[in-house]
Design a protein around this ligand. Structure first.
Ligand SMILES: Cc1cc2nc3c(=O)[nH]c(=O)nc-3n(C[C@H](O)[C@H](O)[C@H](O)COP(=O)(O)OP(=O)(O)OC[C@H]3O[C@@H](n4cnc5c(N)ncnc54)[C@H](O)[C@@H]3O)c2cc1C
Length: 507
């Protein structure tokens, strides 16, 4: 029997669940399958950054996840026994989730599954994709239980060993680090502060320590190349005994694991009606804790575009733009995580130079000002073209502040669609010249008037027009006097609010 749906999502990890929530909340028919028999109780990821929370919040789950997590107050660097720096995590401006936090991946997934269920979806555990074929109208997926699912679109959120990626013929090139890594989560009797993280660059490798909810800790350590790990708990205890400057005695183990770490990148994220998101498209070292964060942003930014294509006939070129944007981010993340991982392992004069760099960077406050914002990707500008207005340029993230200086924050007004900000009197007057249809669906576009005094907090000039995407990224911006800028904004606006009438459904 062939079952039908608009979108088939393979994989119910953080990327697949986020995508499912984003599509279901926009009225798209979705099926989510996962080959595992049940949800995994294990947690790989623990670090979450503001932009992931903004994606979760758009699904109504950001606040709950943030409240459950341990807020990071500082990060410490040790080289051997020497403490070379303490970087305070000052609250980041322009976001309602201002500090990085620790939350086990299992908890994040649990809340995301509830989101999917709240929107009428369900996770089909114990169903494994075997192969698929695609044609002009859709994709036919065959599962190992012999059933077929016909879908308009297939999205592979099926992790590093993605069946979808292989089936689509997408290459996944990269390398594997020579060290193994071990981790133990659990109760510790320790001198490490619970709300601070630690990078201990010791004699035989690195130890990373972070607090988890419920008073638990994660100890994550490298194992030198060539050393076989038989027991993760013994390996972590050995690394602590060998390298830790602070006392840490394991009291009760909640979870443990041994990992090899790779850095690999897909050469494409779209092949016709097949898309890839999350670890299926990019994997890298957990240094910086960005894997899950990047995957859920892939999904959050795909959800509104794919929903537009499925439900409203939005041009499929939007999916190519998504691919370009997300590969740009993935390349950056893979390179930066690689740089950090190598930094952990330096020896000789390079190690000495690194330690001086960290010491000076922390003492002068440069690292404190630059690093958290950079890791949080708040100032990351995505590849996009078009005119700018003040600091608002296409591809940049607009701050999440109340547009009128008080009241609701901007991202609360997005409601899953785009927002057109008219700033100042001239901005409001320019609205009439845009020729918007009278019956624009508020789920697709809302218009928000910003008084001139609210402009600077948004990075806007006192008179402006700015089109903001559902993920808080500027789609187009112009000052009212910039005629070609306004024309470019208008044309972008019309492709979004008045796409072709035909909806592409699975046939
Ligand atoms: C030790 C470690 C620590 C980490 N720490 C962090 C961190 O602190 N912060 C961070 O952001 N990231 C971290 N990461 C990375 C993070 O765990 C991953 O990036 C994240 O799990 C990716 O989510 P995903 O949904 O894309 O894929 P996955 O979580 O891998 O989910 C894929 C799902 O697809 C299913 N599946 C696979 N094949 C099929 C098939 N053929 N049919 C049906 N289902 C299938 C699987 O069962 C699985 O449930 C860490 C990783 C490791 C190893």
């Amino acid at each position: 029997m062939t079952e039908e749906t608009d979108v088939l999502i393979v994989g119910a990890g953080p990327s697949g669940l986020t995508l499912a929530g984003g599509l279901l909340s926009r009225g798209v028919r979705v099926r989510v399958i996962d080959r595992a028999e049940r949800a995994s109780p294990h947690s790989k990821a623990i670090t979450l950054w503001p932009r992931a929370f903004e994606v979760f919040e758009a699904l109504g789950a950001g606040r709950e996840l943030y409240d459950r997590s341990v807020k990071l107050a500082a990060t410490n660097y040790y080289t051997g026994d020497r403490h070379i720096g303490r970087l305070r995590m000052r609250p980041l401006a322009g976001t309602r989730f201002p500090v990085p936090v620790s939350l086990p991946q299992a908890s994040t997934e649990e809340v995301l599954r509830e989101v999917v269920q709240r929107h009428g979806g369900r996770i089909e555990f114990g169903r494994c994709l075997e192969s698929f074929t695609q044609d002009d109208d859709g994709v036919t997926a065959r599962l190992t239980d012999g059933t077929e699912i016909r879908a308009g679109w297939l999205v592979g959120c099926d992790g590093a060993h993605s069946t979808v990626r292989e089936g689509a013929g997408v290459s996944f090139e990269g390398a594997t680090y020579p060290q193994s890594f071990v981790l133990v989560d659990g109760e510790y009797d320790t001198e490490y502060a619970h709300d601070e993280s630690y990078y201990v660059m010791g004699r035989t490798g690195v130890i990373v320590v972070a607090g988890l909810p419920g008073g638990l800790y994660r100890f994550f350590a490298s194992v030198p190349p060539g050393v076989e790990v038989e027991d993760a708990e013994a390996a972590v205890a050995g690394a602590v005994a060998e390298n830790s400057p602070l006392r840490a005695d394991s009291v009760k183990v909640a979870g443990s694991g041994v990992f090899r770490i790779h850095r690999k990148l897909a050469d494409r994220m779209r092949v016709g009606r097949v898309l890839l998101a999350g670890d299926a498209a990019h994997i890298h070292s957990p240094a910086g804790g960005l894997g899950l964060n990047t995957g859920v942003q892939d999904a959050g930014s795909l959800a509104w575009r794919l929903a537009g294509v499925v439900r409203r006939g939005l041009n499929e070129a939007e999916l190519d733009a998504w691919q370009e944007e997300r590969l740009f981010v993935a390349r950056k993340v893979v390179a930066e995580a690689d740089q950090q991982t190598r930094m952990w392992m330096l020896k000789g004069w390079r190690r000495w130079l690194r330690d001086i760099g960290i010491t000076l960077g922390v003492r002068t406050g440069v690292i404190e000002r630059v690093l958290p914002r950079r890791m949080a990707q708040l100032d990351l500008v995505l590849p996009a073209q078009g005119p700018a207005a003040g600091r608002l340029r296409p591809g940049s993230r607009i701050p999440d502040v109340p547009p009128a200086g008080r009241g609701q924050h901007l991202y609360e007004l997005l409601g899953g669609g785009h927002v057109l900000l008219t700033v100042g009197n001239a901005g409001a007057a320019a609205l009439t010249g845009l020729g918007l249809p009278d019956d624009v669906d508020p789920d697709v576009l809302r218009i928000v008037t910003v008084p001139s005094h609210g402009a600077s907090a948004l990075g806007a000039p006192r008179q402006a027009l700015c089109l903001v995407r559902p993920d808080g990224v500027v789609a187009a911006a112009a000052t009212p006097s910039d005629r070609s800028g306004v024309a470019a904004l208008r044309s972008r606006l019309l492709t979004l609010v008045a796409p072709a009438p035909a909806a592409s459904r699975a046939r």
